[in-house]
Design a protein around this ligand. Structure first.
Ligand code: ATP
Ligand code: MG
Length: 440
């Protein structure tokens, strides 16, 4: 009986896709990286199915240059490894292949089934979260495990068509973000999808479909159960994609920000028009500008800025208890960071950078004393930029800004050469390589 019910449900989902032939869409091979093409062709030549999928197809259709390329195939991980010498299998719950070409990694996954379509509880915890996700399938199984319709389009290297099972192309044309399947269930299965919804809506200026939007507020608390490391990866994607300020507003509107930065959220909520709000607005807009100009943004600087609201209040508290400015800043920094890392982990190199920037704020107050030593500090430039943001946000510090601007003009290389320590350089390389969230 159960068998028949399950079969009938699955056969209902064996629907025919819309196939958009090569001449009716704008994806051309010139927009796909040579390495991704190499992977697709090698799989095809070995008689496997191979598709470009996910963000890259979506981005090209939106006229945006993709930042990375994901491939999906019917070849099993071991079969993929046999084809590529530069291949590493990763992932415990689900094996994926990473094919490495210099700094570019092409992620190749094997078609797999989703659980949200089945009637039994296999693979789910009692609360609906996915715990097991390792059953191989075909393209028409794989499509249902994906999150949004616009992320479930397949570009077929065999005939260059785009395969659409879920109305993703129509949604892209209509500028609409829609989940595949029942939105509440899909958010419960993986609450990070709520953050992804906000990210895609903000980044691509899409309107969330009401069914995608409505369940978010009542399920936002589910983020509490997400490992802090995964949330850290998500905050980088949320705030380093060139739309950080808009993303902040949306995250707050849907009660999600409080699970990422509870202390900052509290300060913002206490006074919606206050200094903390002005500061974070300037900091995030400045970050967006840098991203758009192709400049780097150090996550340590970003975190220092997002946490500045609560830090500043705590520094005042410690100072009023008799601590010196520098001591008060160190103590406040320790307290705020140790609370923050219970929500989102932060690699130590970035908490160090944030602390340095905060402590330098106190040191920069002391005009004319030890200024040369401060100019040589590897974080001077970051701390000076931070000081400028504070001034732009309404803190009265004209004299200080004037002084340090003049001082650093006398020393044009202040902080700059030493700004990136070897550890920073290595870590930013590592960040670029490893910053990809494993999909579910
Ligand atoms: P971007 O790379 O721009 O962040 P993306 O859509 O490519 O966006 P990835 O995290 O690279 O996102 O994932 C690739 C694809 O895997 C997605 O397009 C989607 O189809 C699927 N995916 C990723 N994360 C999830 C998830 N949490 N739930 C369901 N499907 C997911
Ligand atoms: Mg991607």
């Amino acid at each position: 009986m159960a068998e028949t019910k399950k079969n009938s449900k699955i056969s209902r989902l064996k629907i025919a896709p819309t196939i958009v032939p090569r001449n009716n869409h704008i994806i051309s091979r010139t927009q796909i990286s040579d390495n991704a093409l190499k992977v697709l062709y090698r799989l095809k030549n070995a008689k496997y199915k191979a598709y470009l999928v996910g963000g890259a197809v979506r981005d090209i259709l939106l006229g945006i240059k993709p930042k990375d390329f994901d491939v999906v195939t019917d070849a099993k991980p071991e079969q993929i490894r046999e084809l590529f010498r530069n291949c590493r299998l990763i992932g415990r719950r689900f094996r994926l292949a990473h094919i490495q070409f210099g700094r570019e990694i092409i992620e190749v996954s094997t078609f797999r089934t989703s659980h949200h379509i089945s009637d039994d509880n296999d693979g789910h915890e009692r609360d609906g979260r996915i715990i097991r996700d390792n059953v191989y399938g075909d393209i028409d199984d794989d499509v249902w495990r994906r999150d949004f319709t616009i992320n479930a389009l397949f570009y077929n290297i065999n005939d260059f068509s785009v395969i659409d099972y879920v109305g993703g192309i129509k949604d892209l044309e209509a500028g609409q973000l829609r989940l595949i399947g029942d939105p509440t269930k899909r958010y419960i299965e993986d609450p990070v999808r709520m953050l992804r919804a906000i990210r895609f809506a903000s980044k691509f200026d899409l309107k969330m479909h009401s069914s995608a939007e409505e369940p978010i507020k009542e399920n936002s608390h589910l983020l509490e159960n997400i490992p802090s490391g995964r949330l850290y990866e998500e905050i980088l994607k949320l705030f380093l994609n060139g739309n950080a300020y808009k993303t902040l507003i949306e995250l707050r509107r849907y009660n999600l920000f409080e699970y990422l930065f509870p202390q900052t959220n509290q300060v913002l909520t206490q006074n919606e028009r206050g200094y903390a709000h002005e500061f974070i607005k300037h900091a995030l807009k400045n970050t967006d500008q840098r991203v758009k100009e192709g400049q780097t943004v150090n996550p340590g600087f970003l975190l220092a800025a997002i946490l500045w609201g609560p830090i500043r209040i705590m520094i005042e508290e410690y100072s009023s208890n008799g601590h010196s400015d520098i001591e008060a800043t160190r103590l406040a920094g320790d307290t705020i960071i140790s609370k923050q890392i219970s929500s989102t982990s932060i690699p130590r190199r970035f908490t160090h950078m944030a602390r340095d920037i905060w402590v330098l704020q106190a040191r920069l107050k002391r005009i004319k004393r030890k200024s040369l030593r401060i100019l040589a500090h590897p974080r001077f430039r970051a701390a000076y930029d931070f000081l400028l943001l504070r001034a732009q946000s309404g803190e009265c510090m004209e004299e200080l800004i004037e002084y340090w601007t003049k001082e650093q003009l006398k020393e044009p290389h202040a902080g700059k050469n030493k700004m990136k320590t070897r550890r920073d350089r290595n870590s930013s390389k590592r960040f670029n390589r490893n910053s990809r969230t494993k999909d579910l």
